[in-house]
Structure formats: structure tokens, C-alpha cells
Write a protein that binds this ligand. Structure first.
Ligand code: TRP
Length: 331
């Protein structure tokens, strides 16, 4: 039986947090064994907000090295940089003609980002979900593992795919979002009602994958909990719930098991244990990422192999699309 096709991408903007690690990156290693995977560094999405060029390039490589350090194997999946495959932009253009301005204006992320970057509400920011649809549909993807905040984008991708198929005939596979149940949503350590974000102004709110052990432990020690000292997950205790979720995700156990493990313990001991667990898990990944970043030749060849594989698949879909919509293809 043919393997299902999986697509995912991450933006090389800002520092990645443990939320990204738990929600996406770590699972890619598992998925590459099961599916035919395309994993991209979404630099074209990243430029919808202002980026310093040198930082963007450096982060793109850091991100690639991070995936490889986490065990993503360039021989098993196509790990590539989005902008190197021109078909993403080309398909985006076609899909734009099947997408309504009104529905883009109503997208949650567009509204949030417009508020945050009020001085730069550019066309790309509004078109972001269509580019994402192009990413996914270009590879005839079946599955799209994403964090919960991206599910609306996968929904619109499905709508666009169905619209295209209805108008021009069966062309795209209609993909499905694959939402991580546990640890899909890691919240801010300072305001546990808010998602942990790579761009939080409060530096104690987010734990970055690049943080060293002391920093990680310090941030967990300062994490917001509440006055009642029971270590249980509940809606009234979002801070404690978040710490339990993080611990469970890093220890590979359920939240209930984590609750049992910390029953009767104090907050101080609990927070230290969470911090140590996270630091211990990240240490080998950080060391491997550093080693890979020093080996630029290897990184370049891994990304080249990924781009070649992606290019082949992308070209096939785009030719089909151009044929269906009636573009002149030459003789
Ligand atoms: N928008 C996604 C994010 O910020 C990244 C992304 C770009 C993506 N293209 C994608 C995710 C296609 C899944 C599929 O997390």
C-alpha cells in the first residue's frame, strides 16, 4: 500500500520554544517512519512580518539543524527551504483566485497579527493562509500535523481544495489536520491563559530551545501557579495544569501519571523537577544542533536533497493545475 503523504512547516522567525518542540518538531521523527513526509522551513511565510535578512538566513539554517538534531533524517523525508521551490508562489497565485477577501479578513491569525503589526498590514500577511494552502496542496498531502492555532488554516485549505476540484475537476487531495492531543498547547509560564509564544515580551514567559540549563530552571522557578498548593490539573489551576502538561510531554507520560508522581509535594520541588526534566531532554539536542551548524557542507547537501525531491513532486502538481485551468503550455 502507498504511504500517506504528510506535510508540515515551521517559520524560521523568532526563537523556537518548548511549545514548538512538543507540538511539532519532536513528532516529525516519528512520522517520517510512517509517512511520505515533506517538511519545510517556511521562510516565505516568515517575511509577512519584517525580518532582518541576515537573521532570517541564519535562523533558517538553525532550524534545519534543529530538525536534524531531533532525528529528522534527510534520507527518509524531504527537508527543504520553502523559497527554493518556486511552485509554492505559483500555486498560491492560482489559489488566490478561488479565495475571497472577506474570508481572509476574518481569519483569527490575520486579525491578531494585524493588531500587533498595525504599521505593516501587507498583502502577504492577508494572503498567508493561501500560501499555506499552496504548500499543502502542492504535495497532494493527506495529513498536516499542526498546533491547534493552525487548524483554521488547514480548514481553509480544505475549502480551497474542494472549490478547485468542483470547478476544474478532481485535482487535489483534500488534506486533514492532525492535531497533537497532549502538549499541543503549551501556555506562557507568566500568564497561563495565553499560549507560550516565541515573541512574548516577558522573557520569563517562554522557554526557548536555545536556553541553557540554568535559564530553564530559573524560568520554571518563576512560573505562575496559584495560592492553593495542590498539584492537580483543572480549569481553575491553569498554571499548575500547564506545568503538569509540560512535564508529562517531556517525560512521555500522561498528565494523570504526572499528577500521581507529584501528589503531596510542594510547588518548589515540583517546579524544579519540571525544569530539570526539560533541561535534560534538551541538552543532547542542543549539542547536536551546534555540531551540525559547524558542518555547513553537510547541512547544504541535506537541504539540497530535500529540495530536489520536493521540486519533482511540486512540478507534477503544478503542471496538472495549469493544464486544468486552461493555461497555454506550449506545443
Ligand atoms: N503557519 C505555520 C505556523 O506558523 C507554518 C506553516 C507554513 C505550515 N506552511 C505550512 C504548517 C503548511 C503546516 C502546513 O506554524
Amino acid at each position: 500500500m502507498e504511504k500517506k503523504i504528510m506535510y508540515s512547516a515551521v517559520q524560521p522567525s523568532g526563537n523556537l520554544t518548548i511549545g514548538n518542540y512538543v507540538g511539532t518538531i519532536r513528532n516529525w521523527t516519528r512520522y517520517q517512519e510512517e509517512y511520505d513526509c515533506f517538511f519545510a522551513m517556511a521562510d516565505m511565510h516568515a517575511i509577512t512580518v519584517r525580518q532582518d535578512p541576515a537573521d532570517l538566513r541564519r535562523r533558517t539554517l538553525e532550524l534545519a539543524a534543529l530538525y536534524l538534531a531531533c532525528g529528522v533524517d534527510p534520507n527518509k523525508c524531504a527537508l527543504y527551504v520553502q523559497s527554493r521551490i518556486p511552485q509554492h508562489a505559483e500555486l498560491c497565485w492560482v489559489l488566490n483566485t478561488l479565495t475571497y477577501v472577506g474570508e481572509m479578513e476574518r481569519m483569527t491569525q490575520f486579525k491578531d497579527k494585524s493588531a500587533k503589526h498595525a504599521d505593516n498590514i501587507n498583502m502577504g500577511l492577508m494572503d498567508y493562509p493561501v500560501l499555506m494552502a499552496a504548500d499543502i496542496l502542492l504535495y497532494q498531502s493527506d495529513l498536516v500535523p499542526v498546533g491547534i492555532d493552525q487548524t483554521q488554516h488547514v480548514e481553509i485549505t480544505r475549502d480551497i481544495a474542494v472549490r478547485f476540484n468542483n470547478r476544474y475537476g478532481e485535482t487535489f487531495r483534500v488534506p486533514q489536520a492532525l492535531i497533537q492531543k497532549q502538549g499541543a498547547k503549551i501556555m506562557s509560564l507568566q500568564d497561563p491563559l495565553k499560549k507560550m509564544s516565541k515573541s512574548d515580551e516577558n522573557l520569563n514567559a517562554s522557554v526557548f530551545l536555545s536556553d541553557d540549563k540554568d535559564t530553564i530552571i530559573r524560568k520554571f522557578k518563576r512560573a505562575v501557579t496559584d495560592s492553593d498548593s495542590r498539584i492537580v490539573a483543572s480549569a481553575e489551576k491553569p498554571g499548575v495544569t500547564n506545568l503538569l502538561t509540560i512535564y508529562a510531554s517531556f517525560a512521555g507520560i500522561t498528565v494523570e501519571e504526572a499528577e500521581k508522581q507529584f501528589e503531596g509535594r510542594g510547588y518548589g520541588e515540583f517546579k524544579l523537577a519540571v525544569g530539570e526534566r526539560v533541561a535534560e531532554t534538551l541538552a543532547p539536542v542542543q549539542a547536536e544542533q551546534k555540531r551540525l551548524l559547524a558542518d555547513k557542507g553537510y547541512l547544504a547537501s541535506a537541504l539540497q536533497a530535500g529540495a530536489e525531491r520536493a521540486y519533482k513532486a511540486a512540478r507534477k502538481t503544478l503542471s496538472k493545475v495549469h493544464r486544468k485551468i486552461g493555461f497555454y503550455l506550449g506545443e
